[in-house]
Design a protein around this ligand. Structure first.
Ligand code: FE2
Length: 135
C-alpha cells in the first residue's frame, strides 16, 4: 500500500500540473517504501536530485502560467517555490559535505509540501487558470 495515494480532490484541474504533482507523490512513496525496507540510503541522493529537477521544471511551468494569466498571487507563490528550491539545495549540499541526511527529514519536508503547498497554495490558482482556458 502506498504511503500517499493520489485523490481526485488533490487536482488543480490542469492536467499537465496534476501529472507533475503525481510525480512528487511518487517520490514520497518511493522514499517511504525504501525507508521501510532499510534501503533509503540508496534512494536519498536520487530523491534529492529529483527534487532539484522538479523544482526547476515544475515551478517554471506554474510561474509561466501565473505570469501569462496575470495571477495576483504570483509573487507570494513564487516565494514558496524559492523556499523549496533552497531546501533541495541545502539537502544536496549537506549530503555532499557530510554524506548524511535523515530520510525522515526529506520525507517530512515533501509530505508537508504536499499538504501546505500543493493542497492549499496551488489550489488558489486553480479556478483562475481554468477560467483562462487551461485544462
Ligand atoms: Fe506551486
Amino acid at each position: 500500500m502506498a504511503y500517499i495515494d493520489w485523490q481526485d480532490d488533490f487536482s488543480v484541474n490542469v492536467k499537465e500540473i496534476d501529472e507533475q504533482h503525481k510525480m512528487l507523490i511518487e517520490m514520497i512513496n518511493s522514499l517511504h517504501e525504501a525507508m521501510l525496507a532499510n534501503k533509503a540510503r540508496d534512494l536519498q541522493k536520487q530523491t534529492v536530485n529529483r527534487m532539484a529537477d522538479y523544482a526547476i521544471k515544475h515551478f517554471a511551468l506554474e510561474e509561466k502560467y501565473m505570469m501569462q494569466f496575470g495571477f495576483a498571487g504570483h509573487h507570494k507563490h513564487k516565494a514558496e517555490h524559492d523556499q523549496f528550491t533552497a531546501k533541495a539545495r541545502d539537502l544536496k549540499d549537506r549530503m555532499q559535505k557530510t554524506g548524511f541526511v535523515l530520510t525522515l527529514e526529506i520525507l517530512n519536508f515533501l509530505r508537508d509540501w504536499l499538504r501546505n503547498h500543493i493542497l492549499k497554495v496551488d489550489k488558489e490558482y486553480s479556478s483562475h487558470f481554468t477560467r483562462s482556458g487551461l485544462r
